[in-house]
Design a protein around this ligand. Structure first.
Ligand SMILES: [Mg+2]
Length: 406
């Protein structure tokens, strides 16, 4: 059976970045902490610290007990973001990226020509060498390859650290027997309990269960998918969550300039970001669309680590804006922005710390003021000049959530 999917996961990401940029930390047990405080937890640990049992979530006091020599390093979110961007561009130089899954993890479809173990291994060597070259020799990764994304993720976990691990269909199910139920994506504490309630305590029992049994335990289609994934089949879960949030705007005559459209985009992003936060979502991508008087249209998108932070959205927009053609003959008459790759807030993990806690306080305060005193009571300066105009609805077929525009 073909190896269709590849998952790449950087090893001990935050800790490795710290060791890469600070040679004195290399080869030493270190842990990254969000703030200097005895009551905080480690958000990452180096492979040297892992040997002592210090891992993500270990409290600082316990980390010191387990490893008296441990060095605690305060986190540098903007540095991690920079390495994340270098990671994704290094990866993209080797293979197209299907999705960025988190700050240190990405998913790729293997092209047909690379779906055999030997070819996949050669590609993985190339990816590893490129990452070493572009990010530094202390940033290592583990690559998992399998017939589907679910198994590729497991393979990347099983190959850690600095590994390459293949799960072929012929390896199933025995290659999974050493795992615990909780190692499987989609089996959290509650699902583990439900499985146990139905007599499934181990992975061999899980892989031997019938599709009907799993369907029953999951209470729906999720169980069917788990069964197919465990067989090495490709099946995608139907979208169950809201996919995009966006706004669009026909420009009033006064704003049909490059500066005008820029300021409208700022306002639309601020408005959509507030809505995103209210709905309890994070976004990991932004599309901007500009329609011109001569019917030419421009659109571009950018992906980033999931966030709710207006500052980061506006920064991402400025990156897109630099790609907008400078031609003076282009007269914009409508624009729209859309956040995509939405993730429910409770499913978002460590990259949360990329948001400066002061930003969070600030935009929460901005949201509260706008809610109490009316929209645009307070706003980020980029929107200045576009606030007095009431948006009109426009049917952009390219922006799928037009019904939410307001
Ligand atoms: Mg990782």
């Amino acid at each position: 059976m073909s190896l269709c999917d590849l998952i790449i996961d950087l090893d001990c990401f935050f800790a490795s970045v710290e060791q890469q940029v600070t040679p004195a930390l290399r080869g030493k047990p270190i842990a990254v902490i969000p703030v200097k405080s005895e009551s905080t937890c480690c958000i990452a640990s180096s492979k040297e610290a892992k040997k002592y049992g210090v891992k993500t979530g270990t409290g600082v006091t316990e980390a010191r007990q387990r490893c008296p020599n441990i060095q605690l390093v305060e986190s540098h979110p903007s540095l991690y973001l920079e390495f994340h961007q270098r990671f994704i561009s290094a990866l993209k130089s080797c293979i197209p990226v299907a999705a960025v899954l988190s700050i240190d993890e990405a998913w790729c479809h293997l092209p047909t020509s690379l779906q055999k173990p030997l070819e996949a291994a050669k590609l993985s060597q190339k990816i590893k060498a490129t990452i070493r070259d572009q990010l530094g020799e202390f940033i290592t990764c583990t690559i998992g390859v399998a017939p589907n994304k679910f198994l590729a993720k497991l393979a990347s976990d099983m190959g850690k650290p600095d590994g390459f691990f293949v799960i072929e269909r012929s390896d199933l199910p025995h290659c999974l027997y050493a795992l615990k139920l909780r190692d499987f994506c989609g089996i959290g504490r509650n699902m583990e309990q439900r499985l146990k309630d139905h007599g499934i305590q181990t992975v061999p029992q899980l892989t031997a269960a019938s599709r009907e049994t799993l369907h029953h335990i999951w209470g729906g289609i999720g169980g069917n998918h788990m069964w197919y994934w465990l067989q090495g089949e490709i099946t995608e879960l139907p979208p169950t969550q809201k996919r995009v949030v966006g706004h669009s705007h026909v420009l009033p005559l006064e704003l049909r300039t490059k500066e005008g459209v820029h300021s409208v985009c700022h306002r639309l992003i601020q408005k959509a970001a507030m809505r995103l936060r209210k709905m309890g979502y994070f976004a990991a991508g932004l599309t901007t669309f500009i329609k011109h008087r001569d019917h030419r249209a421009w659109s571009d998108d950018i992906t980033f680590t999931e966030t709710q932070d207006t500052f980061l959205f506006l920064e991402a927009f400025e990156t897109l804006w630099k790609r907008y053609p400078a031609s003076h003959s282009l007269i914009p008459n409508a624009t729209g922005i859309t956040f995509f790759h939405l993730i429910e807030a409770d499913k978002v993990t460590p990259s949360l710390l990329l948001t400066d806690p002061r930003h969070e306080k600030l935009y929460s305060a901005v949201d509260a003021l706008n809610k109490s005193y009316g929209k645009n009571t307070i706003y980020f300066g980029g929107a200045l000049g576009s606030l007095d105009y009431t948006p009109m609805r426009i049917a952009f077929t390219r922006i799928p959530d037009i019904e939410t525009e307001g």
